[in-house]
Every structure is written in structure tokens, then in C-alpha cells.
Design a protein around this ligand. Structure first.
Ligand code: SF4
Ligand code: SF4
Ligand code: FES
Length: 824
């Protein structure tokens, strides 16, 4: 794009052509006040706060050249009226006078504030936004001291309007800037709120059922320039100036959104320091300035009442409090005695440092380090995965994105949004899934296949057909694969087929191309990088072993695994709360929640990112990596146990994909655009500026130019349910009954109860009705669940949500029986 040079407040500025005057001024360090403009959205010109004087060079119509003054400079013609800086693009030779150099602009802005205040309640002392409100700040800076309008004419509108159970509207405070409406329609792609009525009674309404039905709704409260939109979570919870801020990473999905925990010590929490809210933190390469509602509201688990505070040792069948020394000594003695019969079973809830120490311990002892997951294929992301230089935000025209076996909206909402945005920039999206998902409407091609046909579907893209051409001829290509309807074996095969497609079509190792796993946990990618493996038969694997479980609850997820753990030779469990697995343990070791400590996670886009402590440690809980180091010491091995930074530097020196990284590098920041934060909330909203690190991306074997092998993708064995049965397949829901979500009471309506989703025709065939409780029986177990019907589900298939207490961990034949019939 060409550059243009203009003058703003006597300062020469060179910026790309097409940039808006308001942004050009920002680049030059000049803040033009705005309300309705937001740098992430198209301008609307609704509030008139950004009024400036704009002059353009006079042109001679005959010659098409600028008219010169007596000094030989171009003559500038100013418009008779003030113009909006947020709707006017820059042009060469333009001269802009803002409130800093123009009395007219200053007066225009002052009148806009005066006008806005005619309808505003001015309840700043009790308003949630007070202290971080654009209207408050800009009134102080640009407004009049007095109003010429009569107070009696102020609007009286409803002040407590729930738009949904998460977001509340104060109608009096709304200044009708339209930021929330434009965010929902243009950025979230979910236009579920709108303006209603006209004139001074114009108001925001929701017309979805349930109200404000969007997983991105909380972002509107950040960008609302006043206190009109507030979250039910934080509403009247604290004043902004009482809050401390700690940088962190959302641990709810593999996107790794950068967040800030706002904390406060408060009397109503018995004098404890508690998290009051979660805010987005800018990282343009990850989440820009947005987070989803799960990340914003599902943080309460770290504060839950059943947190472990002390080590426990089983005595006569009961867990009893013990000292750290006795618990560690016992754990070390028994794990050492197991020698090669040691299994370390850990999940992607842990940090890179924790996983590195756990893997090192298993290696030193000659045991196995197994990742507790139902999704495989991670070893391939280390070979052909995305890495250094990858940015979903840079994919556009000429690029291709394949999303296979994943409902991104439910599994990784911010990736859903960023993939949608890539299509708006011209990228070709191919969605391959057995049922319709919200991403379909943004796709150029939708491939519908039967559960079990995933590998064939991907392999078909190696052939000659229209969709395959669109993929193979792209400039850059990325594949996001998930585990929709699949277990460990099925998803591993999908990864193998996808990796092969990338290699064969020449995308492996290209900077903005590669494989991405839509993992169930925030740091599964980290576990794969550390070399954790999976087991084809975990139950068999655990038989008679000494087992060290960290950050996982297999017994809570699956009765068959609980049985296997009960039969373990010795069981050590390290977790933040007393899970079902911990209940079976010989030794329980209390770990710190990630909100209480520092460390790093590796996102699905293979970006290592740092998180920092936000709240004090609960009881005697210790860092996971430190506990492992202490156990190792008792077994005769030395592992770093004092500083996450040293562990990280060790792992960077050991794990090839981390080569060249160090802990300090992850904390580096470079200037991001648009500029948000820096105290001027009115421009970007209340999103936090990132001063604590943008993280750093890993390399892949293909990216390093190494030779590597890919496994052959195994086609799934066809599973034919008998007559009267269905094929039950696991699917992921954003809001589930997992231990990290349920403690957020605010989300309970969205979490709901366990369901089985059937095609209406299948439901009829089985004699089940929508809304009815049925008995779902599989693998010798049965559970009562409610039936949902959905035309998008294939006939003969039952969708069973993960983390709802139903252990459907891979496709399985199941029977669905109406309880009415059973009782009748
Ligand atoms: S609710 Fe807030 S963001 Fe929405 S139009 Fe009103 S002032 Fe603007
Ligand atoms: S998209 Fe994922 S990482 Fe981002 S806020 Fe939501 S749950 Fe957290
Ligand atoms: S009209 Fe420019 S910020 Fe509203």
C-alpha cells in the first residue's frame, strides 16, 4: 500500500493511504477523542465527538494540479463545517487541526459532550464504569463545566435490564454509540442485539432466545464507552481503582488468550485477596483484544471450597492429614520401588515446567510418561505444526484453511472468530464435519461425511477435485483438526492424514502454514512437545503399576479407569482439589492453582506464553514442578525445583522446538497496532495493554528443514450398531460440567444438564421425544439423560457431550430407551 503525507497539528505524518484521520493522529501521538469509533471496527460516525477541521489542497480543475500560494506552497481549502476524524481517510497534503490547534474543533467537541450529558444520568459514584469510563474522562478533558440544558428534561429509562444472564444494560447510561451492536454483527458475527425505537429513547435490545445468545458477549462491556453494559459477574463488585492487575493466560482452551486478572483484598471474602474479574490483554497474534465468555466467567474453580490445603496419606482406608515430609518420603519410596513399573499420568492442565519435570522423572526412573487425553496426534504438530511466524490474523486472499472434525465455536471460540475474519479477508475456508456447525456459513466448501470416514475425507483432498485444488493451490494452508466424534485412535488417524496432506501439498514448514490441534486442554500442546505419549489401552497400562497422577481426574471421568486405579500398586495424586482420583490415592499432594503461581503454557498455535501469580497460595500447596522435583530427590534424581525460569531454560536447552527461547524472551513486547491501553480507554476500550509479554513461537521439524517421518493414517474400523441401537459419539460443548467450569454459578444455565442429541427421525424410531429423560446404555453402563433433537445430526447417531459424567470416550454402540416405556 502506498503512503501519504499529511499535516496534523503542524506535525508532518506519513501513514498508509486509506488510514482514517483519527488513526493517523494516534500514530503521531495525538489523541482525538472518540466515543463511537473503535479501531477494530468500521467507523459509523454516530457520536460527533471526533470533530476536527480538515483542509485539502485546492486543485486546479483545468490542469488537475494543486493551486499554489504566493510562497509556492499548495493552497489549502478548509471545509466550512467541522468534520469527523473517524470517517475521513487521509490524503496527500491534507491538513488537520484537532482540538489542540483549533478553537472551532475544541468548541465542537465541547458541545458534543454537553449534548451527550443532556440524557446521561451522571451516576458516576455508583456506576461500575466510574474510574475507567470514556464519558467521564472525556467530560473532564473536553466537556463544559456547566450545561445549558434543563435537568428536568433528562431521560428516565430502565436501569436494570438483563440482556441475558451474563450482561446487564442500564438504558439511561447508553450514549447510542453502536459499538456493542457493531461488535456483535461485524466482529463476533452474531447480531443478537440491535437498536430499537428512535430519537432520545433509542435503546439496545436483544432479540435472541436466550437473551444475548453469544459466547463473545462480555467483550461488549469492555468496549462500551460508558457504564451501560456491565457483566453480571462484576456488577457492583468493586471499583476499578481498588483493583490490582496480574497478567495471565486463559487456561480453558488451546487458544491461550492473553488475559489480566483483576484482584482485590476484601472484607466480604474474609480479608482474602480474590479475583474480581477477568479482562482481555492485547496480543494481536493470539486473541487481539477479545476473549470468550468462558474465559471471562469460568475462573471461580481456583477459589472453590474443596481446594486441597495439606498433603494427605491413606490410613486404614481413609485419607488423613500429613506433613509434606512424610507424604513426599512415602511417595518417593514407593515410586522408586516400582522401577520400570512407574506410570506418570498427567494432563495438559499443567504448565510446561511441570510437564518437563514429570517427563524427566519418568525417563530417569525408566517408567512411562502418559498424557491423559482422548485426543491424539500431537507428535505430528511438532513435525509439521504451525510455528515461528504463524499468525491466523495474516491469512487472507489466496490462503486456505481446512477445519476438520472440530466445532471450533464450541471448542476454541477465538479461533472460530479469527478463522471467520480470515474468510472476510478472502481466505478459502473448507469445513469438513459430519454435522452442520456455526462455521459452515463462512465456508467456501462444506464437506459432510459420516462419522468414521474422516481419514478418507482428508485423503480425498490429495486427489483432483475442485475442493482439493482450492486447498493445494493456496499460498498458505493451515489445517485445524479436532476430535469431533472421535477417540484417541480416531483423532490420531485424522492428524496423520492431515499431516500427510500438508506434506504432500508442500505446506509443511512454510511460515504461515501447518497443522493445529484443537486440543481439549490449554497446554496439551506443551505435553506433546515434552515428549508425553498416549496409550492405546490405558486401563491395561495402569494394571498393577505405581501411578503418579498429576492434574488429571481419570476416576472422575470413567468408572473403568477408576477400577484400574483402585487396583494400582501405589497411587500418588497431585492436584488442586480432592478429585475422585485423589479420593483413591495412597498419597495426595496439594498443588497450587495456576492463578497462584508463575509458569508457561504452549498454545495450540505453538506459542509459549508466560502467566504470573494473581492471588496468594492456598494453604500449604506447592508448585507442581517443585513437588515433582522433591519426589525425584527422594528417588535419587536431581531435577530443578526452585524456579520456573530455570526449569524453562533447561527445557529450552533440551526440547528442540524450544531451541533459542528463554524465559525472559517470553516477556518481551513490541508495539502492537491498534494502540490500546496507555490510559486512553476511549480509543480501544478497557482491554489491558500488554506489557508482560507476547510469548514466542516454537519451531517444527519441517520448519527447521529436518527430515521426518509421518505415520500412515489408519482408517477407522466400521462400527455397526445393532438394530435398535445408535452410534454414540463424543462431542465437545463450550460450557460443560468439567471441574474448571461448574464452580462458575453464573454459567449454570448455559452448562445445563447431560443430554443426548438425536436426529428427530431417530428419536421417533426409538420412541423418544425431545425433552424426555431416556436411559442411555453403553459399554455395560447406563445413565439417564435428556433427549435433544437436531436435524443437523445424522440418523442413527447420538451426540454425547464430553465432561457431563458420561464416559463415551470414543464412538460406541449404545441403546437409548425411553424411561416412560421402561416404567410403563
Ligand atoms: S450500550 Fe454502550 S456500547 Fe452499546 S450503544 Fe450504548 S453506549 Fe454504546
Ligand atoms: S477462546 Fe479459549 S483461551 Fe480464549 S478466552 Fe475463550 S476459553 Fe479462554
Ligand atoms: S463520530 Fe467519530 S468518534 Fe463518533
Amino acid at each position: 500500500m502506498t503512503d501519504v503525507t499529511l499535516t496534523i497539528d503542524n506535525k508532518q505524518v506519513t501513514v498508509p493511504a486509506g488510514m482514517l484521520v483519527v488513526d493517523a493522529a494516534k500514530r503521531a501521538g495525538i489523541d482525538i477523542p472518540v466515543f463511537c469509533y473503535h479501531p477494530k471496527m468500521e467507523p459509523a460516525g454516530m457520536c460527533r465527538m471526533c470533530l476536527v477541521e480538515i483542509g485539502r489542497p485546492m486543485m486546479d480543475r483545468a490542469t488537475g494540479k494543486p493551486v499554489l500560494d504566493e510562497k509556492g506552497d499548495p493552497k489549502i481549502q478548509f471545509m466550512p463545517k467541522l468534520e469527523t476524524a473517524c470517517t475521513n481517510p487521509v490524503s496527500d497534503g491534507m491538513v488537520v487541526k484537532t482540538q489542540l490547534t483549533s478553537e472551532r474543533a475544541k468548541a465542537g467537541q465541547k458541545e458534543t459532550v454537553e449534548f451527550l450529558l443532556t440524557s446521561h444520568p451522571l451516576d458516576c459514584p455508583v456506576c461500575d464504569k466510574g474510574g475507567e469510563c470514556s464519558l467521564q474522562n472525556l467530560t473532564m478533558e473536553h466537556g463544559p463545566g456547566k450545561s445549558r440544558f434543563l435537568f428536568d428534561e433528562k431521560q428516565r429509562l430502565a436501569k436494570r435490564v438483563p440482556l441475558g444472564e451474563l450482561i446487564w444494560l442500564d438504558r439511561e447510561r447508553c450514549i447510542q454509540c453502536g459499538r456493542c451492536v457493531r461488535f456483535q454483527s461485524d466482529i463476533a458475527g452474531e447480531p443478537v442485539i440491535e437498536f430499537d425505537e428512535r430519537g432520545r429513547t433509542t435503546q439496545i435490545v436483544t432479540f435472541s432466545d436466550p437473551g444475548f445468545d453469544s459466547v463473545f458477549s462480555g467483550n461488549t462491556t469492555d468496549i462500551c464507552p460508558v457504564g451501560a453494559l456491565t457483566t453480571a459477574d462484576f456488577r457492583f463488585g468493586a471499583r476499578p481503582w481498588e483493583l490490582d492487575a496480574s497478567a495471565s493466560i486463559c487456561a480453558q482452551c488451546p487458544v491461550g488468550c492473553n488475559i489480566t486478572f483483576n484482584t482485590r483484598r476484601e472484607a466480604k471474602s474474609d480479608g482474602k485477596i480474590v479475583i474480581k474479574r477477568v479482562m482481555p490483554r492485547q496480543n494481536e497474534g493470539v486473541n487481539e483484544i477479545w476473549i470468550c465468555d468462558k474465559g471471562r466467567f469460568a475462573y471461580h474453580y481456583a477459589e472453590s471450597e474443596d481446594r486441597l490445603t495439606r498433603p494427605l496419606i491413606a490410613k486404614e482406608g481413609k485419607l488423613a492429614k500429613a506433613s509434606w515430609k512424610s507424604a513426599l518420603d512415602l511417595a518417593s519410596e514407593k515410586l522408586a520401588a516400582a522401577k520400570k513399573n512407574l506410570v506418570v499420568l498427567a494432563s495438559g492442565r499443567l504448565s510446561n515446567e511441570d510437564l518437563f519435570n514429570l517427563k524427566s522423572l519418568a525417563d530417569l526412573a525408566g517408567g512411562k510418561a502418559i498424557l491423559y487425553t482422548d485426543m491424539g496426534g500431537g507428535e505430528l504438530t511438532a513435525r509439521v505444526g504451525v510455528g515461528q511466524g504463524f499468525d491466523l490474523g495474516k491469512l487472507g486472499k489466496g490462503d486456505a484453511i481446512l477445519v476438520v472434525a472440530s466445532d471450533l465455536y464450541e471448542e476454541a471460540p477465538i479461533w472460530w472468530m479469527r478463522v471467520k475474519q480470515a474468510t472476510e479477508r478472502g481466505a478459502t475456508l473448507i469445513v469438513a464435519n459430519p454435522r452442520a456447525t456455526k462455521l459452515d456459513k463462512h465456508a467456501a466448501f462444506v464437506i459432510r461425511y459420516a462419522y468414521g470416514d474422516e481419514v478418507t475425507t482428508i485423503e480425498d483432498l490429495n486427489d483432483k477435485n475442485k475442493i482439493a485444488d482450492a486447498f493445494r493451490k493456496a499460498g498458505n494452508a493451515v489445517i485445524l483438526f479436532g476430535s469431533e466424534g472421535l477417540g484417541l485412535a480416531g483423532s490420531s488417524s485424522v492428524a496423520a492424514a492431515a499431516a500427510d496432506l500438508l506434506k504432500e501439498s508442500g505446506f509443511a514448514g512454510k511460515p504461515n502454514s501447518g497443522l493445529i490441534g484443537v486440543w481439549p486442554r490449554a497446554n496439551d500442546q506443551g505435553a506433546w512437545e515434552m515428549g508425553f505419549e498416549t496409550s492405546d489401552d490405558l486401563i491395561e497400562e495402569l494394571k498393577g503399576k505405581a501411578i503418579y497422577v498429576a492434574g488429571a481426574d481419570p476416576a472422575g471421568d470413567d468408572p473403568a479407569l477408576a477400577k484400574a486405579l483402585k487396583a494400582a500398586k501405589f497411587l500418588v495424586v497431585q492436584d488442586i482439589s480432592l478429585t475422585a482420583t485423589a479420593g483413591l490415592a495412597d498419597v495426595v499432594l496439594p498443588a497450587q492453582a495456576y492463578t497462584e503461581r508463575e509458569g508457561t503454557f504452549t498454545s495450540g498455535e505453538r506459542r509459549a506464553q508466560r502467566f504470573y501469580p494473581a492471588v496468594p497460595v492456598t494453604g500449604e500447596a506447592r508448585h507442581d514442578f517443585a513437588i515433582t522435583s522433591q519426589i525425584a530427590r527422594g528417588m535419587g534424581y536431581i531435577l530443578e525445583g526452585t524456579s520456573p525460569s530455570i526449569v524453562f531454560d533447561f527445557l529450552a536447552a533440551t526440547v528442540k522446538s524450544f531451541d533459542g527461547l528463554d524465559y525472559a524472551k517470553l516477556a518481551e513486547v513490541t508495539e502492537q497496532w491498534p494502540i490500546v491501553g496507555r490510559g486512553d480507554l476511549y480509543y480501544g476500550g478497557t482491554t489491558y495493554e500488554n506489557t508482560q509479554g507476547l510469548g514466542a513461537q516454537l519451531t517444527s521439524a519441517a520448519g527447521r528443514g529436518e527430515t521426518y517421518k509421518l505415520p500412515a493414517a489408519k482408517k477407522a474400523k466400521s462400527l455397526r450398531p445393532k438394530e435398535g441401537e445408535v452410534l454414540a459419539v463424543p462431542v465437545t460443548k463450550l460450557y460443560d460440567q468439567g471441574a474448571t467450569v461448574v464452580p462458575a454459578e453464573l454459567l449454570s444455565e448455559r452448562i445445563g444438564e447431560a443430554t443426548v442429541t438425536l436426529n428427530p427421525a431417530t428419536a421417533r424410531e426409538l420412541g423418544a421425544e425431545a425433552g424426555e429423560l431416556v436411559k442411555l446404555a453403553f459399554n455395560g453402563t447406563q445413565a439417564e439423560v435428556r433427549v435433544r433433537t437436531d436435524e443437523a445430526v445424522s440418523t442413527g447417531v447420538a451426540l454425547v457431550p464430553r465432561s457431563f459424567g458420561l464416559a463415551v470416550r470414543e464412538p460406541v454402540a449404545a441403546s437409548v430407551k425411553s424411561t416412560k416405556k421402561a416404567r410403563g
